[in-house]
Write a protein that binds this ligand. Structure first.
Ligand code: MGD
Ligand code: MGD
Ligand code: SF4
Ligand code: MO
Length: 741
C-alpha cells in the first residue's frame, strides 16, 4: 500500500516541501510538494536523494567505539559507558577547560541541534566552543548585534517585493539562498529580473550572474571598497535619505566623513569596477522604488568581512531601504510575540567578553574563531584542549588550514562525534554516536523560519519508524554523561528540565497568553507529545498566532500544523523598527565603536599596496553538493569531475596550463593537485576550487565519495589571516601560485 507524506527537506536553508511516496518501508518516489504553502512544488536534485541517504549502507545505524585503532559496533549503553570511562580521568586531571566542542552546519537543520545542543554545552562547563559560524556568517551576526542590538536578526532582502536586488558574493541560483529562507530562490530572482533589476557582484560568472540583469566581475576581497564608494556617491550626489527611520538612526555624520576619501575614482583600481559604473550602480540602487543589498559567502569570508557586512546595511539604511517592504526586512516566525509599541532599546551587543587562551582572540556570540582551534589543541599549558565533542560537523574539510587541524585532532586524548558517517573528521573519534536518517525523525525549522521572507511554519512527523534513538535523546544522554550524571542517567532529566523551563518562563511573563496559568495544567496539555514536540507546541501556542492552550481554539498549535501538513502561511513580513531595535541607545547604530576602530585597520590596508599576488583563489558551490557530506550519494556525484581548478584562458596560457591537465596549487599553508578547467567564467587573476572534497582519507568510510575524491581546498586556506571583528575565517581571495604538474 502506498502512502504519501509531506516532508520538509532538511538539506539546505530553503525548507522545500517534498511529497514522499512510500510503500511499506520503501521510498517509491520523492517530488516537490505542489501544495506546500511556501515552496509550491519547487525541488532541487538534492531533495530527491533523501531516499538514497536513508538507504546508504555507509550511513551509521549503531554507535561505534574505537578499540585497538579499529571501530567496532556497540550498543548504546556501552557507548555511553565508554564515554564516561574515558572522559572522567581527563576532567579529573586537566579540568573542564580541557574540553572543547565543534558544532557543524546540520545542527541548524535539526530539532536536536536547535534544542539539545545547548544542554551539552552547559554540561561541558568550558568556553571552548567552535562552530561552522566562523567559517560562514559570523560577520553578519556581529553587525546585526552592533547595528540593531540583535545578533540573530539577519537583514532579509524582501525578494518578492523588491524592485532592485544587489547581490555581493552570493550564488543563490545554486545555493538556494543563505541567511534568507526563500524556496525557489531561482524563480523569485527571475521575477525580480522581470519587474526590475538583479545586479550581481562576483569574480566568477556564476549561474546567478548569468541569470542577472547585470554582472560585475570584482577583484576578490574588495567588495568593501565598492560599497564604501557607493555610500560615498550617495552622499556626494545627494542620494542619501534614510526616510521613515531617520529619527531612529545614529552615526550618519561619522559615516559620511569616513567614506569621504573612498570616491569611485579612488577605489576603481582596487576593485576592478570603473568609477562611472560604480556611480551608475549607486544611482540606480538609490532611485529604485525599493532596493535591497545582500551579501553572502564571497562578501563575508574575507579579511574585512564584518566591515563589508556593515557597509552593505549602511547602503540599505541610507537609501531608505532598511526595514521596509521591498528593501531589507526582519523575520517574524509565527511563534514569535512582537509588540509594535515596545520602547526601543536593550542591552546592546558586544564581542570580546572573553578571550581565547593561546592567542587571546575575542569571542563572538560565545564562540572562538575557527582560525584558532588548532592553536588551542597544540599549545601546551593549563587549558590545553584534550578532548573534543564534534557534533554534526566535518571541520577537517571545512576549517581553514585543515591539514593542520587533522594532525591536531589526531593528537587529542579523546573525541566523541555525533555524526551519521565515518568522515574525514569523525574518523578521529573514539566514539561515534549516529542520529537517525532524515526520514526517521521529525522536522521543525526553528532557524530557517526565523530567517524566512514570509511568516511561514511547518512541521513534519517521522516518515518511518525505527528503534534507533532519536538524536534528541542521543544529545540528552550525552549531556548527562558530560555533566557527570552518569551513563545510565535518564534523558528525561534533560527533557523535563527544558520543558519546565519553557512553561515557567511563559506563565510568569505578562505578555504571554498563558501568563498566570497553572503549570500542572499546561504540563499536562503537552504531556502526550515526545519531548521536543512539547517544546515546539509550547512555543507555537504562546506566539502571536498561538492557541494559548484554549484561549483561541483556532490558533496555532502543533496539532494544527499536523492537520495542515503543507504548512501555514501568515503573510509577508511586517515593519518591525523602531520597536525591535535592541541597542543600548535604542537607535540603529551606523557607527558603533568596534566598526569605527576596525575602519582604521581598513584605511591602513587600503593605503599600502595590495599584496603582490598574481593569482587569488576563491571557492564555489555546486547544486549537487552540500558542503562536504553528500558526495556519498551516487546520483549526485556521477558524471564529469566537478572538483576542478577553474582558470581563465589568459592565465592558463601564461602559466602553461591545459584544460584537463593537472596543476599544483600552493598557498602559504599547503599544496594540492587538481585537474584544470580552462574557462572564461573566472576573472583573469582568479582561480576557483570548490570546498568539501578530498575524500581520500584512509580512515573515512565513504565508499562512493572515495571514488570521486577530489581535493581539499581548505588545505590551502590560511588560518593566519582572519576578520578581526568577528573571528571569521578568510576563505576567499587566498594568494596562491599555480603551476603545471
Ligand atoms: N574553503 C571553504 N570552506 C568552507 C566553505 C567555503 O565556502 N569555502 N563554506 C563554509 C560553510 S558556509 C559551512 S556552513 C561549513 C560547513 O562545515 P561543517 O558543518 O563542518 O561541514 P559539513 O560538510 O556541513 O558537515 C556536516 C557533517 O554533519 C553530518 N551530518 C549530516 N546530517 C546529520 C545529522 O542529521 N545528524 C548528525 N549528527 N550529523 C549529520 C555529516 O555526515 C557531516 O559529517 O563549511 C565551511 N567551509
Ligand atoms: N548546492 C548547495 N547549496 C548550498 C550549500 C552547498 O554546499 N551546496 N551550502 C549551504 C551553505 S552552508 C551556505 S553558507 C550557503 C552559501 O550560499 P552562497 O553564499 O550563495 O554560495 P557560494 O557558492 O558560496 O557563493 C559565493 C560566491 O561568492 C563569489 N566570491 C568569491 N569571492 C568573492 C569576493 O571577494 N567578492 C564577491 N563579490 N564574490 C566573491 C564566488 O565566486 C561565489 O559565486 O549555501 C548553502 N546551500
Ligand atoms: S533547494 Fe534545499 S530544501 Fe529545496 S529540495 Fe533542494 S536541498 Fe532541499
Ligand atoms: Mo554555511
Amino acid at each position: 500500500m502506498t502512502e504519501t507524506h509531506a516532508v520538509t527537506c532538511p538539506l539546505c536553508e530553503a525548507t522545500c516541501g517534498l511529497e514522499v511516496t512510500t510503500d511499506g518501508d520503501q521510498v517509491v518516489r520523492i517530488r516537490g510538494d505542489m501544495n506546500d504553502v511556501f515552496s509550491k512544488g519547487f525541488i532541487c536534485p538534492k531533495g530527491s536523494t533523501l531516499k538514497q541517504l536513508h538507504e546508504d549502507p555507509d550511513r551509521l545505524r549503531a554507535p561505534l567505539v574505537k578499540r585497538d585503532g579499529k571501530f567496532v559496533e556497540v550498543g548504546w549503553d556501552e557507548a555511553f559507558a565508554e564515554i564516561e570511562a574515558r572522559l572522567q580521568p581527563i576532567i579529573d586531571e586537566h579540568g573542564r577547560e580541557s574540553l572543547g566542542m565543534y558544532l557543524g552546519n546540520p545542527n541548524a537543520h535539526t530539532i536536536a541541534g536547535a534544542l539539545f545542543v545547548r544542554p551539552v554545552i552547559m554540561a561541558m562547563g568550558s568556553r571552548n566552543l567552535f562552530s561552522a559560524s566562523t567559517v560562514d556568517q559570523m560577520p553578519k551576526h556581529v553587525t546585526a548585534g552592533l547595528m540593531w542590538g540583535d545578533p540573530g536578526a539577519f537583514p532579509l532582502p524582501d525578494l518578492d517585493r523588491t524592485d532592485h536586488l544587489l547581490i555581493l558574493g552570493g550564488n543563490p541560483y545554486v545555493s538556494n539562498g543563505s541567511l534568507v529562507t526563500a524556496p525557489d530562490f531561482p524563480g523569485r530572482l527571475d521575477a525580480i529580473v522581470e519587474r526590475g533589476k538583479v545586479v550581481v557582484v562576483d569574480p566568477r560568472t556564476s549561474k546567478t550572474a548569468q541569470k542577472a540583469t547585470e554582472h560585475h566581475t570584482i577583484v576578490p576581497g574588495t567588495d568593501i571598497y565598492l560599497l564604501l564608494a557607493m555610500i560615498n556617491e550617495c552622499f556626494a550626489a545627494g542620494l542619501a535619505e534614510v526616510g521613515r527611520l531617520e529619527p531612529h538612526v545614529a552615526g550618519l555624520d561619522w559615516v559620511s566623513e569616513a567614506v569621504a576619501s573612498f570616491t569611485p575614482e579612488a577605489v576603481e583600481g582596487r576593485c576592478g569596477i570603473d568609477a562611472a559604473t560604480i556611480r551608475r550602480m549607486t544611482q540606480e540602487f538609490a532611485a529604485a522604488p525599493s532596493a535591497a543589498a545582500y551579501g553572502r559567502m564571497g562578501a563575508h569570508t574575507v579579511e574585512f568581512g564584518t566591515l563589508t557586512s556593515w557597509a552593505t546595511d549602511v547602503l540599505n539604511a541610507i537609501t531608505g531601504n532598511l526595514d521596509r517592504a521591498g528593501g531589507i526586512m526582519f523575520a517574524g516566525p509565527p511563534w514569535e510575540r512582537f509588540d509594535p509599541q515596545r520602547t526601543p532599546g536593550g542591552r546592546g551587543y558586544q564581542t570580546g567578553r572573553w578571550h581565547s587562551r593561546a592567542k587571546g582572540l575575542p569571542e563572538a556570540n560565545g564562540e572562538f574563531p575557527s582560525v584558532t582551534l588548532a592553536d588551542e589543541i597544540e599549545t601546551p599549558g593549563p587549558g590545553q584542549l584534550r578532548a573534543m565533542f564534534l557534533i554534526a560537523g566535518n571541520p577537517v574539510r571545512s576549517y581553514p588550514n585543515s591539514e593542520r587541524l587533522d594532525a591536531a585532532f589526531a593528537s587529542l586524548d579523546f573525541m566523541v562525534a555525533v555524526d551519521i558517517y565515518v568522515t574525514e573528521s569523525s574518523q578521529h573519534a573514539d566514539v561515534i554516536l549516529p542520529g537517525r536518517s532524515a526520514l526517521e525523525r521529525s522536522q521543525f525549522d526553528f532557524a530557517f523560519y526565523s530567517n524566512a521572507i514570509r511568516r511561514v511554519v511547518n512541521y513534519t512527523p517521522p516518515t518511518f519508524e525505527t528503534d534507533q534513538p532519536d538524536e534528541t535523546e542521543v544529545l540528552a544522554r550525552l549531556a548527562n554523561v558530560v555533566g557527570g550524571f552518569g551513563a545510565d542517567a535518564d534523558p528525561a532529566l534533560v527533557f523535563d528540565s527544558m520543558v519546565e523551563f519553557t512553561i515557567d518562563r511563559e506563565v510568569t511573563n505578562e505578555s504571554s497568553p498563558i501568563f498566570g496559568r497553572n503549570k500542572d495544567e499546561i504540563r499536562g496539555a503537552v504531556a502526550h507529545w515526545p519531548p521536543a514536540e512539547r517544546i515546539i507546541d509550547l512555543r507555537l501556542q504562546t506566539g502571536d498566532f498561538g492557541a494559548g492552550f484554549g484561549a483561541d481554539p483556532d490558533g496555532l498549535s502543533l496539532q494544527k500544523l499536523i492537520d495542515n501538513p503543507h504548512g501555514l502561511d501568515f503573510g509577508p513580513l511586517i515593519e518591525k523598527f523602531p520597536a525591535a531595535i535592541k541597542t543600548a541607545s535604542g537607535q540603529v547604530e551606523l557607527a558603533p565603536e568596534p566598526i569605527v576602530a576596525d575602519f582604521e585597520r581598513l584605511r591602513a590596508s587600503f593605503a599600502t599596496d595590495p599584496a603582490a599576488s598574481d593569482l587569488v583563489l576563491v571557492g564555489r558551490r555546486h547544486l549537487r553538493s552540500n558542503n562536504s557530506w553528500m558526495h556519498n550519494v551516487k546520483v549526485l556525484v556521477k558524471g564529469k569531475d566537478r572538483c576542478t581548478l577553474q582558470v581563465h584562458p589568459d592565465d592558463a596560457a601564461r602559466l602553461g596550463l591545459a584544460d584537463g591537465a593537472r596543476a599544483s596549487v600552493s598557498s602559504r599553508v599547503g599544496t594540492v593537485e587538481a585537474p584544470v578547467e580552462v574557462t572564461a567564467d573566472v576573472r583573469p587573476g582568479v582561480v576557483s576550487l570548490p570546498h568539501g572534497w578530498g575524500h581520500d582519507a584512509p580512515g573515512a568510510r565513504l565508499s562512493v565519495a572515495a571514488e570521486h575524491a577530489g581535493v581539499n581546498s581548505n588545505a590551502l586556506t590560511d588560518d593566519a589571516v582572519y576578520d578581526h571583528l568577528s573571528g571569521n575565517a578568510v576563505l576567499n581571495a587566498i594568494p596562491v601560485e599555480v603551476a603545471p604538474v
